[in-house]
Design a protein around this ligand. Sequence first.
Ligand code: SF4
Length: 479
Amino acid sequence: MNLYVINHGFHYELENVARLFFPNEKITVVRECERKEEPYIYTEMSDKLTVEVKAGDFNKSLNTENTGEDNEKELSLAQMLYKLLCEFTGINQPWGLLTGVRPIKLFRNVSNEQGFEKAKEIFANDYYVSPEKLDLAVMTEENERKIIELSKPDSFSLYVGVPFCPSRCSYCSFVMSSIERAKKLVDPYADLLCEEIKLTAEIANKLGLRLETVYFGGGTPTTLSAEQLSKVIGTVNGNFNMSACREFTVEAGRPDTITAEKLKALKENNVDRISINPQTLNDDVLREIGRKHTVQQFFDAFALARKCGFTNINTDLIAGLPTDTYESFKNSVDGILALDAECITVHTLSMKRSSTLTEKGVTIDREGAETTRKMLEYNQNELLKKNYIPYYLYRQSRMAGNLENVGWSKKGYESLYNVYVMDETHTILGCGSGAVTKLKRNNPDYLERIFNFKYPYEYIDRFEEMIKRKNAISAFYTQ
Ligand code: SF4
């Protein structure tokens, strides 16, 4: 599909709108037009704003006056394109023409600026968000807002990354190393990670910052041994001022990495929230997606965590996994609800460019997108019936059916970190390979990023060089 972009610079937004309807097609942006090559989307800004779609028998165009600010012109072009593509494909997108990662933050910002009712009106009438997703956005925003209000001007959260996993999930694009292949790296990595944590704590303490939440993610932090976990988590507890810390999460994501010793190490080090992620309660689907554990291993790990005293456990599910069916997904939701987990995070499969699935040429067709929509609908109905609340939501590109990821929890068990990171409420100090420190200033909003090296071997080999970047934290706060 050719996307002609004539006399304007809004190609990014228009390409994103086109991609909602043609997720598997190559969209080529063309900036000059001598002859339109079919199939095409033609957009032009002259005395009028014009959009035309021609593909097969379909050929329609819309236009409007070329007036207003740039953002209004961009929205007008996007709206016209959206309408034409809805007509051409017969598909209405659940989130309308919204393509960003943070629709809830957008709703909050519009609501703060123009009022709640106006924000609803804009979402429905300007962005064409469906009534169902608008309801979900309103519910989620209300729950997020209460958490955001807990953050103070000097608050920050700490992220610690452990980039090792037992095997690669077929949908993953994260830079991780298989623990088997990276065995030799793990000890030096853990040692340097402790060094980075100490140095980061020193900076935060000197600046008098207030640590609100800690999150160990990755990768799979519980690929580390019990001793390594004690050492790294103990370094956080021993060096940061933990007096204001409200939440300490460790992603024990893969059930096949969980042992009683590791859970004991987490508990002894004041970890109060863990994630154990089955993704599906269907063994065939687990095999299909390259996770080397069984459903029974998940149940055993969950029971063990309860036995070890964990009273706040999150479980992740993914809707739209290859070979999964509506019935099987329903069974997964029902099975997780029967466990009475405090948090249930339900993702929609996203076809990330560098994932094994995409490399293999797997795509999501219309039927798959519709099944995924029904899966989320079932999930939402059941979770609401059981009094779970949606407390954070984000979207990614190339998601099945252009749907969403939602964190659900029982009241009082919302993960604060998830909200802070998605809303960009306050500074996140990141340690470990792949971690990104995000320095946040409010009023006006300003975000500065410091990147750590992505790969564990780079992190180890170039640690001294990388660690110098952390000086930017003090510089940011003392400016
Ligand atoms: S457990 Fe998570 S980080 Fe590890 S391979 Fe699977 S999706 Fe990627």
